[in-house]
Design a protein around this ligand. Sequence first.
Ligand code: DMJ
Length: 558
Amino acid sequence: LMYLMLLFTKLICSLKVLTSWALILNRRIKSMFYHAYNSYLDNAFPYDELRPLTCDGQDTWGSFSLTLIDALDTLLVLGNRTEFQRVASLLQDTVDFDIDVNASVFETNIRVVGGLLSAHLLAGRAGMELEPGWPCSGPLLRMAEDAARKLLPAFQTPTGMPYGTVNLLHGVSPTETPVTCTAGVGTFILEFAMLSRLTGDPTFENAARRALRALWKTRSDIGLVGNHIDILSKKWVAQDAGIGAGVDSYFEYLVKGAIMLQDEELLNMFQAYDQAIQNYTRFDDWYLWVQMHKGTVSMPVFQSLEAFWPGLQSLLGNLDSAVRTFQNYYSVWRQFGGLPEFYSIPQGYTVDKREGYPLRPELIESAMYLFRATGDHTYLQLGFDALESIERIAKTPCGYASVKDLRDHQLDNRMESFFLAETIKYLYLLFDPTHFLHGGGTEGDGSWEEGGDGGQCVLGAGGFIFNTEAHPLDPAALYCCSRHAQDHQELRDILLSLSQPDGRSKPPAKQTEDPPPNPSDSIALKPGEKRTPPLLSCPVQPFNARLSIFGQVFTDNT
Ligand code: DMJ
């Protein structure tokens, strides 16, 4: 008995030590956030991003104060309701999507639409005054819808797969390349389905599903997809298959879409891919790049963007391999104090021109999921290492800078908005296992809210799904507004029937899929209209048609 009591006291003590350690770390993570956030506000707003070496700002992915939109829900995650409220109003007053800017369809969706949607869903918890009928209406939802509508012309293609870039004012440029990366085709279902269910307009969800189905049909005979596809001819122009840059969030959205929407079709797609990925690309719990038709290795590299994979696998319950893969990736982190963009597995070293670490979140994100699944302190250790490293290597007097080269700690004059949206959020959540985003409130603890017309739905009860930019979406909201949409439909039917000369009502047209667009409906800019050079259509483009031949990617200077 004595021994048991001793053991129990020891356990309580170590739990207490752990809790106070986590509290101290979270205080440090908060000050990291505010150093970056205040520097952005003081030196860079209203530009998209802070330049942390020159203490000024620049537009990068558009011209919509991107860092502020991306950071908005992190404010609430850290408990700052008043600043959330102030920024939510500020954005409503200052951001305009009616601008002559060529924007990445993918980035605008995950950062802007995703950021605004999640902020809209968290607005009640943040103490904002809510419109009647919230979450089926509200100013942040209208902004998200407005931004998403600007992206829709990109989806009006014969295949349904979107162009990578769209001009927010004029639509798709006639000179726009039809080559889009895989993630640029398949990373919409979370935001677009949520938007459709909240607004009652099926266009968004239909567009995302049509693109997903078209992409699914292009897989090779051995079940793999490549890196870049011609969305008009459906030809793969970069045929490297893997789980990293250019592809990553496509797989993420199949899994998270399946969970959020309880959608078997998406899950089946992912499981078929997963089988092919495990068969052809996995070696010793690393994932390599292979030729999509033959399965032969094209690049034996690990890319830092791939580090989301163990976290995703943990969502599916595939813990053993997730843990082993995480250990591989963590060994790379320990070698460099960060994850280089590319790491050559056979050489055990960085790859030429890809030695940077732009403060990406993926390994920390996986650590958060795996800590929740296993309780193993290895994952807290990674969080601690990340915090120390970033403070030591990347902190500047006005922010945190991307690391240009992990070998000598040279810095780049850039602080990506995902540092505030994702990296810091996942770090904080890793050390706060009781945070509301991790789980359900219990009945009566005041952590859930009522919403919808007549307050008949319950929000915030748990099961949040993070989009690929770490913006949490509440799956309960999907079902909040169906009644709302149905009401609209009924009202429309009644009005229609009243407008019929014989007073009879016509059955409403069944909304299943968007019809393919009429080819004569031009989505292109008119000749002579203003255009600016297109941005990269994907987060990182290590491949293009020219570079898809094995090896050349390493000697490219771009
Ligand atoms: C983010 O914009 C998203 O996580 C995206 O899916 C991949 N790239 C960055 C973070 O690394």
